[in-house]
Design a protein around this ligand. Structure first.
Ligand code: OTU
Length: 651
């Protein structure tokens, strides 16, 4: 009743706002306005309840509510017609992103192609590799010096001049759309840079903007909060607060000192960030990656991570997009405990999410050569609600953290603390027999905690093998890389490559020469693209000759092409197949009448699987590997070589 009454009271003001925009010359037909109103009706009660829960006790709640709705109207009024027609199509097809045709790639504009203008020239490259989804790492204006790889944004409405202009971004997004490639950009909404206008106003003593952040005159509150907080970047600074000399006050900075956490208990912050979100969306973005979702709400006496209000905030942003930009999806970046990761995933919150648990456990399986923990986790953690999807990846611009569930490990007799210590030793190459060449990220000497940095190839053993000149080592490393890729491409969800992977790029140790990067080991896995690699694709060298890089590129390209051709890889549904062998992972993918069995050997020695176990999975008695066409049957053991995988289909 409250919601309806509020809408009735708001309606004339919203009408007046529409009329004002028409008078200003915006092209708003009755039909366009009507569409907005229909969706507003549909989502109003939800939106109102969310905002009321978050801000209803404020004396000026109704004022903020109106401002927020005006923001949504403007987003719709100014929405380019091309995006509006996309809005129609996708609103009627809530599973549009479940397609097997979607394969993603992520890159840094400057490291890949210098700038946005030149990036358009690479559309042919993306198509050749088979990508249909492109995540550009943050490209907005940033503070001078260290900017955390673009995550310290000083202006969400202008592009870092080294990369181009908003016009360049619009041009690129149009070209990508014509090429059938989705555009993904970050919405870095937990914090701004310390030189964002809001932060500068706060520094100049403006109270209104000091309330945009968490600012404290002394240590009293910070010390109380610290009792229950984790440290995310402990090598940057102990604790979560930074002293600001100019203001003579403490500022909440979960990440770097120059990244100021926004204060979402203030509805003006919600509205201001909604405006920035809609601006970013208007450049033609299909998916927004919601950065650091876990941290956006704080509450004394808690960990200030994954709080119920954080979900409400994202849901409120989601409702706004359903009303004003319905084709836009949210991708959750919650690199936290698996129980918390899934809480962000729903059509009403984030439709898609990174799958950090699968990522970590694939690396875990590679180190242990055993899929028990992976299988256990998949058995109860892979399934998602309808109209949502995992984004499956192996590496990204960030570190690897061992975020598996301690109880999943304990059920198998694995001590989680010890196991993480083992994995850290393994992936930093300190464990006897390790093939990996990773480096520690954010090692916390107080807790013994650390995360791992390094490229896919270096972590999978290619760097060490090249250094040792071991042909066998190189072979095994390449197989490990392709094994992991084959899983993310087939297990259900959107696969996401981190570009450079397709060439087996090794760690780049030169980052230490740049003072703005030297303190952050993640730069080791952010190398510059080397375009000369493309010459190595020359097939006249013969299929068995040529470089390691060519083999990796061509193999990955083939895996992608085969995936995009098999409808069984659409969607999310996946059932594990009991292999009776701790080194072998197997699962079945079923979509309508299409089925496919994936088998993967995580051991470096051959493993055998009783074909009989596949009698009841509906493939028939004879089937073939979609990648090699080799035939198999239920009456014989299926032999898999070191790190071999099969995509088995009916003949
Ligand atoms: C994100 O990651 C970004 O991906 C990082 O590149 C940024 O540095 C950071 O936010 C700040 O913007 O701590 O090590 O989910 O693991 O959000 C990466 C929890 C990070 C964090 C994650 C964060």
């Amino acid at each position: 009743y409250q919601a309806e009454l509020s809408l009735k009271r708001l309606a004339p003001r919203l009408q007046a706002h529409f009329e004002m925009r028409v008078a200003e010359g915006y092209d708003v037909s009755d039909e366009v306005q009507h569409e907005f109103e229909v969706r507003l009706e549909e989502h109003w009660v939800d939106l109102f309840s969310l905002l009321f829960d978050l801000y209803g006790t404020r004396y000026d709640f109704f004022y903020h509510l109106e401002q927020i709705m005006v923001t949504a109207i403007d987003a719709w009024v100014k929405r380019p017609p091309g995006l509006r027609s996309l809005d129609h199509r996708r609103a009627n097809d809530p599973d549009w992103f479940a397609s097997e045709k979607i394969v993603g790639g992520a890159l840094y504009v400057d490291l890949f192609s210098d700038n946005l203008g030149k990036l358009s020239d690479s559309i042919g490259y993306f198509k050749e590799l088979g990508l249909t989804y492109l995540h550009l790492m943050p490209l907005f204006a940033v503070r001078p010096g260290d900017n955390d790889g673009g995550y310290a944004i000083s202006n969400y409405r202008s592009i870092d001049p080294r990369l181009g202009t908003i016009e360049d971004l619009r041009n690129l997004s149009e070209k990508l759309r014509e090429a059938g490639i989705l555009l993904v950009l970050d919405f870095v909404f937990n914090h701004t840079s310390d030189d964002h206008d809001w932060a500068k106003l706060a520094q100049s003593g403006d109270m209104e903007y000091q309330k945009f952040y968490y600012i404290f005159p002394d240590r009293e509150k910070p010390d109380q909060y610290e009792q229950t907080l984790r440290e995310i970047f402990p090598t940057v600074r102990r604790g979560n607060f930074t002293w600001h000399d100019g203001m003579q006050q403490w500022v909440w900075t979960t990440f770097n000192n120059f990244q100021w956490d926004l204060n979402y208990t203030n509805p003006a912050v919600f509205r201001a960030m909604a405006e920035e979100m809609f601006f970013i969306a208007s450049t033609g973005v299909d998916i927004l990656r919601l950065d650091a979702v876990a941290f956006i709400w704080k509450q004394m006496g808690t960990s200030c991570e994954n709080l119920p209000e954080a979900h409400k905030l994202i849901q409120a942003f989601n409702r706004l997009t359903r009303i004003a930009t319905p084709s836009l999806l949210f991708k959750s970046e919650a690199i936290v405990h698996p129980d918390d990761v899934v809480k962000y995933i729903s059509p009403r919150e984030c439709q898609i999410s990174y799958n950090p648990t699968l990522m970590a456990l694939l690396w875990e399986s590679l180190a242990t050569r055993n899929v028990r923990l992976l299988t256990r986790s998949l058995s109860h953690r892979h399934k998602l609600p309808p109209h949502t999807a995992w984004v499956n990846y192996l590496r990204c611009h960030d570190d690897i953290g061992w975020t598996f569930d301690d109880a999943d490990a304990a059920a198998l007799g694995i001590n989680a603390y010890d196991h993480r210590q083992f994995l850290n030793r393994f992936y930093t190459g300190q464990f006897e027999g390790s093939f990996a060449r990773g480096v520690p990220f954010q090692e916390n000497l107080a807790t013994g905690d650390m995360r791992i940095a390094g490229t896919l190839a270096s972590l999978a053993g290619l760097e060490l093998a090249i250094e040792e000149g071991s042909e066998e080592g190189k072979e095994l490393a390449i197989r490990r890389m392709l094994l992991l890729e084959a899983i993310t491409l087939s297990i259900g969800g959107i696969p996401l490559l981190y570009l450079g992977e397709e060439w087996g790029m090794l760690n780049d140790y030169d980052f230490v020469k740049d003072p703005a990067k030297a303190g952050d080991t993640r730069w080791i896995h952010r190398p510059k693209m080397k375009w000369e690699f493309l010459q190595e694709l020359d097939d006249t060298i013969g299929p068995e000759g040529g470089s390691i890089r060519r083999r990796i590129f061509r193999s990955l390209q083939k895996l992608i092409a085969v995936r995009k051709n098999m409808h069984a890889f659409a969607g999310q549904q996946m059932e594990l197949v009991n292999t009776g062998n701790p080194h072998l992972l197997s699962f079945i993918r079923i979509v309508d009448s299409h089925r496919l069995i994936v088998m993967a050997n995580f051991d470096d020695s051959p493993q055998s699987f009783d074909g009989n176990r596949l009698r009841t999975v509906g493939l028939g008695r004879f089937f073939k590997d979609a990648l090699t066409d080799k035939q198999y049957g239920t009456s014989e053991p299926i032999e898999l070589g070191a790190y071999q995988f099969l995509w088995l289909q009916r003949i």
